[in-house]
Ligand binder design. Structure first.
Ligand code: SF4
Length: 301
């Protein structure tokens, strides 16, 4: 295969990073300077996903009884321990135990029969797949690498439900629920899934399931609290077309028609309001960026 026709694969997270701060994307992807730092939060997310996936596979493919015979909390704690050990993540015993307790709280609520029957009933839904992976051509020989946590099909209507499960310290705020770099992920996946499976957009529904590690201090709130937050991004046709346009814009701006990175394009620094984009950025820490804003490529919403 020659360089000119080799397919380039990009993920949604690359688009999200480019959209937020093109200069960070440039250093990460074109200069290949990114130092990947594993965290205990990532290990926690991986372990929660493993436990939920194992449960749902047994639930849909075998029976409710088989799913509840699984030791889901044991699956989670084993996977969590494995991840922090394998990735040599620095942590104290107290940190580890706190995360384990948070995980138990999440799984107890998510796997409760009332929650499972309400949102994932076997009578109503068929399992299409868990961790569904596919690549979808966009433009300029660039393909999107899409990974769908959970895809269900409603038995009566044939409608598709694409679910992305995320662990978070707390619930998404109103600001986060409207953050384009978050919500556009599932809107984009809806578009490419529709094209790949030849299913009308109107028959595909998307939602984020946010699993919260922390609840508010009970003494300070009179409301009953839940660790589960469901966020349905506005995935109407206009939003879908807008997200597709922006993603294509990213690819056309940053890749040549042959699918190579454009090394000579302008990738401006975008620190954001109060340098909010720079909070965890390695290029601020290592002095490779002064976080002084440059004229943007696009209006960041
Ligand atoms: S420090 Fe801020 S402006 Fe600089 S690359 Fe990182 S996020 Fe962008």
């Amino acid at each position: 295969m020659t360089t000119s026709n080799r397919k380039k694969i990009v993920s949604f997270s690359q688009f999200s990073k480019w959209w937020t701060c093109p200069y960070q994307w440039y250093r990460d992807v074109i200069l290949k300077e990114k130092v990947f730092e594993e965290s205990i939060h990532m290990s926690f997310g991986t372990a929660i996903h493993e436990a939920i996936q194992a449960f749902l596979v047994a639930y849909f493919n075998t029976s409710e009884e088989a799913a509840y015979k699984l030791d889901s909390i044991g699956t989670f704690t084993t996977a969590f321990k494995r991840e922090v050990t394998r990735k040599s993540i620095k942590h104290t015993e107290a940190d580890f135990n706190e995360f384990v307790e948070d995980g138990k709280g999440i799984l107890t609520e998510f796997l409760a029969p009332a929650n499972i029957r309400l949102h994932y009933s076997r009578d109503k839904w068929n399992l299409i797949g868990i961790e569904v992976k596919f690549v979808s051509p966009i433009v300029n020989h660039v393909n999107l690498d899409a990974r769908l946590d959970l895809v269900l099909k409603e038995k009566m209507s044939g409608d598709i439900r694409i679910i992305d499960i995320k662990t978070a310290t707390q619930a998404w705020s109103a600001y986060q629920k409207e953050d384009f770099t978050k919500t556009s992920q599932l809107i984009l996946y809806k578009a490419v899934y529709s094209k790949k499976e030849n299913i009308p957009l109107s028959k595909i529904h998307v939602e984020f399931v946010i699993l919260k590690r922390k609840l508010y201090d009970e003494a300070k709130t009179k409301y009953e609290q839940t660790r589960i937050q469901i966020v349905k991004p506005p995935a109407y046709q206009d939003n879908v077309l807008q997200v597709i346009k922006e993603f294509r814009g990213f690819v056309e701006y940053s890749f040549t028609p042959e699918g190579q990175h454009k090394t000579n394009a302008r990738y401006p620094k975008q620190p954001g309001k109060n340098r909010s984009n720079c909070k965890w950025c390695q290029y601020l820490k290592n002095g490779k960026c002064d976080a002084v804003a440059e004229p943007p490529i696009h209006e960041v919403t």
